[in-house]
Design a protein. Structure first.
Length: 612
């Protein structure tokens, strides 16, 4: 059975039973059954399913790992976690996160005015709030208001100009003051696609010289007691543990030096984000080289060692690992609309009484292909078809001959893949033809809207069918979305690691693909290319008796998305009505019918509706 790498990336969250992907919790419902229930209520297009229990699982795991590490090394500092809202600001996620994080005093991190106001509205009482990113006086004022409301808030300074603003505002505001953090610009860098987040040339943070100046400014303004935290960040999705160890040594020493300069209330180090998850479906392409327990052990051990060496108190540990918490909770499901070669069937052949020799030879290859000659015959078929295309360009064969050649090549290719896949020693042969015979699966979704990190960064996401997993998939696949853009494709060019899917007739049966680990960043940075919108979403709550579909939120209508783009939707409707009324090609009864149809179209979403 092909598990599509579930044992690599799945983290025991899902399991295959009776050929279906099931949620590995409570009653273990099959995802395909949930999808069909939602579709039976009339919802079409892509679906985004949220699983709150996976948010809870990640929160529990990260706290359990650090609790274990603290106990093992007798660490005296506390452990604290905040979630950076930039990773996923959708209420379907945030509200569940806050609710499930309450027992752990789980907090929120903001990087903009809007995010800061969200944290002030939804953060758990007394749970920490951290504020990162560039700030103006207005944003700093909001931070002071948060402190005055009783929030446990830390404003992290990215530059001395921000500190100057804090000092000025502190003189004007009421007595409660926010805590102050200084972001440190380390020489250490991370690894992977986001390594440039760290290093001395990174976008954020204070240099050593600026840190010294900041302490002087705080002392002069009598605000040094508010300085409680240093913060660093070496990148999202840190794939290797060694850069983190190096950064911890550097940050730990800076922490000790700042305390020696008189910052006695400095008692916390914020590691930022970066805790990686495994996206790869293939062992050879593993995207991280450490476990969560190893991460926690290294952080605790390194900070304890430095504190002992420097004879300083062990700092409270803060992390902002949003990807680790959010990624696994969301699953994108998209229906397959078409297999591009499905039209190539024997019924589509229209052979002549006298065919060109190349067509006759292709027919013979198709009829006589067998496992022992499959690769050879496939290569012959490719060569013959190329020759037919050349002859067509030169005018020696007609369009019907060309059509027959294309159909025969597809039929031979499908046979060859099945035959080579059944041979125990065929892996090398099969790998040679994967790219040549890739089937194109057209899916009812937008890569730009729902998987923007694939389009922009080539970040892979695990993909697998939701059922038929007790059948061997035979077709090497590439995924096409419905946008009118050639970049809307997920291709598998690696001969060793193709995506194999099933040969299905989508006119007779549904076939759904699941895109896993999409809960971090994908929703919030998805773009409105072709005016496709966020998918219909639903939250799935599990119990021992089954599951409950809650918070079902349908995808935005065409009018909604037009209004988001600052169109006057009333003007659009009035203009359409006026132009319809002026039409002389139809009568009044027909106009009324069309007016009703336009109303329905404008109030529906842009995704395609399948006929069946």
């Amino acid at each position: 059975m092909n598990d599509f790498g579930l044992s690599i990336w799945g983290n025991s969250n899902f399991v295959i039973e009776d050929g279906k992907v099931c949620i590995n919790a409570a009653s273990k419902p099959a995802i395909i059954d949930i999808v069909k229930e939602i579709r039976d209520d009339g919802y079409r297009g892509p679906l985004l399913l949220r699983f709150p229990h996976l948010i809870q699982k990640q929160i529990e795991q990260i706290h359990a790992s650090f609790a274990k590490a603290k106990k093992e090394f007798a660490y005296k500092g506390s452990f604290n976690a905040v979630f950076p809202l930039k990773v996923n600001q959708y209420p379907g996620f945030v509200k569940n996160l806050v609710r499930l994080g309450k027992p752990y005093n789980y907090g929120l991190e903001a990087g903009s005015k809007a995010e800061l106001l969200l944290t002030m509205a939804y953060n758990n009482e007394k749970a920490p709030i951290t504020v990162n990113g560039f700030k103006d006086k207005e944003m700093i004022n909001i931070g002071f208001i948060a402190a005055e409301m009783g929030h446990n808030i830390t404003l992290t300074i990215e530059g001395l100009n921000e500190l100057e603003a804090i000092i000025a505002i502190a003189k004007e505001r009421f007595k409660p003051k926010p805590k102050i953090g200084l972001r440190v610009r380390l020489h250490s860098t991370g690894s992977g696609l986001w390594a440039k987040s760290g290093g001395i040339h990174s976008k954020f943070g204070l240099t050593s010289t600026e840190l010294i100046e900041a302490v002087k400014m705080l002392k002069k303004a009598n605000l040094l007691e508010n300085f409680t935290m240093i913060h660093f960040h070496i990148g999202s999705q840190i794939s290797e543990i060694h850069p983190l160890k190096k950064a911890l040594i550097e940050a730990g020493n800076i922490y000790a030096e700042l305390r020696k300069m008189g910052a006695s209330n400095l008692k916390a180090i914020n590691l930022g984000g970066g805790l990686a998850i495994e996206y790869s479906q293939f062992k050879e392409e593993s995207s991280r080289n450490y476990t969560l327990n190893e991460y926690a052990n290294d952080v605790v051990y390194m900070l304890k060692t430095i504190s002992e060496q420097k004879k300083e108190i062990e700092p409270d540990i803060f992390i902002e690992s949003g990807r680790f918490i959010a990624a696994s909770h969301a699953l994108l499901v998209a229906p397959v609309l078409e297999l591009f070669s499905q039209e190539y069937t024997e019924e589509k052949l229209n052979l002549k009484k006298n065919n060109p020799n190349l067509i006759t030879e292709l027919v013979d290859l198709y009829k006589s292909i067998k496992p022992s000659n499959a690769l050879e015959y496939l290569h012959d078929a490719i060569h013959h078809t190329e020759s037919v295309l050349t002859l067509f360009d030169l005018g020696y064969v007609d369009l019907q001959d060309r059509s027959n050649a294309e159909v025969l090549l597809k039929l031979i290719s499908k046979k060859a893949v099945v035959m080579l896949g059944n041979k125990s020693n065929s892996s090398g042969d099969l790998a040679k033809i994967q790219k040549e015979v890739q089937e194109r699966y057209l899916l009812n979704f937008s890569i730009f809207q729902s998987l923007p990190d694939f389009w922009g960064l080539k970040q892979n996401f695990p993909i697998m069918p939701l059922d038929r997993l007790d059948e061997r998939p035979t077709l090497p696949a590439s995924i096409w979305d419905i946008t009118c853009d050639s970049d809307g494709e997920i291709s598998y060019d690696d001969e060793k690691n193709p995506l194999l899917l099933h040969d299905v007739d989508v006119e007779k049966e549904d076939y759904f693909l699941g895109f896993f680990l999409v809960g971090a960043y994908q929703e919030v940075i998805g773009m409105k290319h072709n005016l496709f919108t966020h998918p219909t979403e639903a939250t799935i709550e599990l119990s021992n008796d089954g599951y409950k579909i809650t918070n079902l939120l349908e995808s935005q209508s065409i009018l909604d998305i037009m209004e988001d783009m600052d169109y006057d939707i009333y003007e659009i409707q009035d203009t359409l009505n006026e132009r319809l009324e002026k039409s002389t090609l139809i009568n009044e009864t027909q106009k009324k019918q069309i007016l009703g149809e336009l109303y329905l179209f404008l109030n529906d979403n842009s995704y395609l509706k399948t006929i069946n």
